[in-house]
Design a protein around this ligand. Structure first.
Ligand code: C2O
Ligand code: CU
Ligand code: CU
Length: 500
């Protein structure tokens, strides 16, 4: 049923705004439920309003192996005004970018100067469970948490952000996040564009008022995910950067709560995809557009050679089909590259980037299927908490006292995310591991260029079923896996596996 008739059935007027996050209990009286009763409770898309791309892009400061991150209320200059935000350092929306070499031991103190608990999840790092920012492992208001671990994985772009259950969406949206870049010898041997030619780009949408970054999802925004009208790159609204006529390496994180981007260049130049969440791909792959969901990363080469000085090229998000009711409806500009210098460039893209071997399906000892379709589809699973419109996995909501899946160490498993009856995109993320995407049926019906090698987050669009193969190795302990639409996650679309 459509939004209007839902509101009628529920006794609300179309102007009613439910604030406070979840819709728990809101539908508690709904009986004789049919699945179609609950479809169509979706927000309208939040349209992006572009600026004039006149503010110079900036980059986070760099941090090394010893560092203190102080979560705090501070201010940042957004759209020309200083507004209250959350930060890991004063006067800044995002935390510093860690640059770490493979093999380094890191020692990072989280000082929590917020008035509520928080923690840090190191998204993309294979580290012990107690260092991973599990929602149980918190720094209380005024307290600290010391993260100590050794980085023992290949080069790649990871990131960090809070993970306290039901507060992740708000804390990330209001500014808490940062990059974690790992370098290694394999990557260095490729001589990829570096220094001023390597651009880390954190893309986020925010809802900016003159008083704050507003985070107050309505019931409908819990369903669709919370989106903003202002697109920021590295915390800068509507930015530009000057570039030379040569190759650049763009290292892109979608750090948005819910918004999916379909990246492309306004001059229709190639995006040469060389890496993703888990580091380098086996081979580069050139595309004209590519989807990136919240939590996903892209390593992209772009060649500005052949453009006259003064040429302006935009990084865009194009429209895309099948994004549910709230996503993919609008093309908009994200940032501007302005060609300012003519240079000669001898860089060539290597045909082979990395030796990544494919994990054979036959090595899997078990297949687990996770039903992630629309919140109210029961599929025979009795809802023992009454009829509530919530995002679930296999009919379940997050409960940190319950282990949902027990996995044997040093085994490979196939995990299947089934959104075949769903009408919303769900980027599914596993902590503690990387996986290989094996197959997508329904929807796009194929893997895309960024889905080779190793991933930790995979986008499952409406109608799709995606299978991944996961080598679990021996990093034992309790980890979460969840949808990386942060409103879905906070709403309970998160379960736990115990590796033992
Ligand atoms: Cu970036 Cu559990 O998430
Ligand atoms: Cu119902
Ligand atoms: Cu989701």
């Amino acid at each position: 049923m459509k939004r209007r008739s839902f509101l009628k059935m529920s006794g609300l007027s179309a102007g009613t705004v439910i604030t406070g996050g979840t819709v728990t209990g809101f539908l508690a009286s709904c009986s004789g439920c049919k699945k179609e009763h609950h479809r169509g409770l979706m927000t309208e898309p939040v349209m992006v309003s572009e600026g004039d791309f006149s503010k110079l892009l900036s980059f986070a400061s760099l941090a090394g192996v010893n560092h203190t991150l102080t979560a705090q209320s501070t201010t940042a200059n957004l759209k020309g005004t200083n507004i209250p935000v959350l930060g890991y350092q004063p006067n800044s929306l995002l935390g510093p970018s860690f640059r770490i070499n493979k093999g380094d031991a890191v020692n990072i103190l989280l000082q929590n100067n917020l008035s509520e608990h928080t923690n840090i999840h190191w998204h993309g790092l294979k580290i012990p469970a107690l260092m991973d920012g599990h929602p149980d492992q918190l720094a209380n208001a005024g307290g600290t948490f010391r993260y100590q671990f050794t980085v023992n994985q290949r080069a790649g772009l990871s990131w960090y952000h809070p993970h306290p259950h039901q507060m992740t969406g708000k804390q990330v949206f209001q500014g808490l996040a940062g990059l974690f870049i790992i370098n290694d010898a394999e990557e260095a041997a490729l001589n990829l564009p570096s220094g001023q030619f390597e651009l880390p780009l954190v893309i986020q949408d925010k809802r900016i008022s003159s008083n704050d970054i507003t985070y107050n999802p309505s019931m409908e925004e819990v369903m669709a995910g919370y989106m903003g009208e202002s697109i920021l790159v590295n915390g800068v609204y509507s930015p530009y950067i000057g570039v030379s006529t040569r190759y650049y390496r763009l290292r892109i994180l979608n750090g948005s709560n819910a918004r999916v981007y379909n990246l492309a260049l306004s001059n229709n130049a190639d995006l040469i995809i060389i890496g993703n969440d888990g580091g380098l791909l086996k081979n580069p792959s050139s595309v004209k557009e590519i989807l990136i969901a919240p939590g996903e990363r892209l390593d992209v080469l772009v060649n500005f050679a052949g453009n006259a000085i003064g040429t302006e090229i935009f990084l865009l998000s194009k429209e895309f089909p099948n994004g549910g009711e709230a996503q993919g409806k609008q093309q908009f500009q994200i940032m501007k590259f302005k060609v300012t210098a003519s240079v000669t460039d001898s860089f060539t893209v290597a045909a082979t980037l990395s030796n990544v071997s494919t994990v054979p399906a036959s090595s899997a000892v078990k297949t687990r299927t996770f039903e992630i379709s629309n919140a109210m589809e029961h599929h025979g699973v009795p809802m023992n908490d009454g009829m509530q419109m919530r995002h679930r996995i296999n009919g379940k909501l997050f409960d940190s006292s319950r282990i949902d899946e027990t996995v044997a160490a040093n085994t490979n498993e196939i995990w299947v995310f089934d959104n075949s009856n769903g009408d919303e995109p769900h980027p599914m993320h596993l902590h503690g591991v990387f996986f290989q995407v094996m197959q997508r049926t329904g929807g796009r019906g194929r893997l895309i260029a960024s889905e080779g090698a190793w991933k930790d987050t995979v986008l499952v669009m409406p109608g799709e079923t995606v299978s991944v193969i996961v080598p679990f190795e021996n990093n034992t302990g309790k980890f979460v896996f969840h949808c990386h639409n942060l409103e879905h996650e906070d709403d309970g679309m998160m379960l736990q596996y115990l590796l033992s």
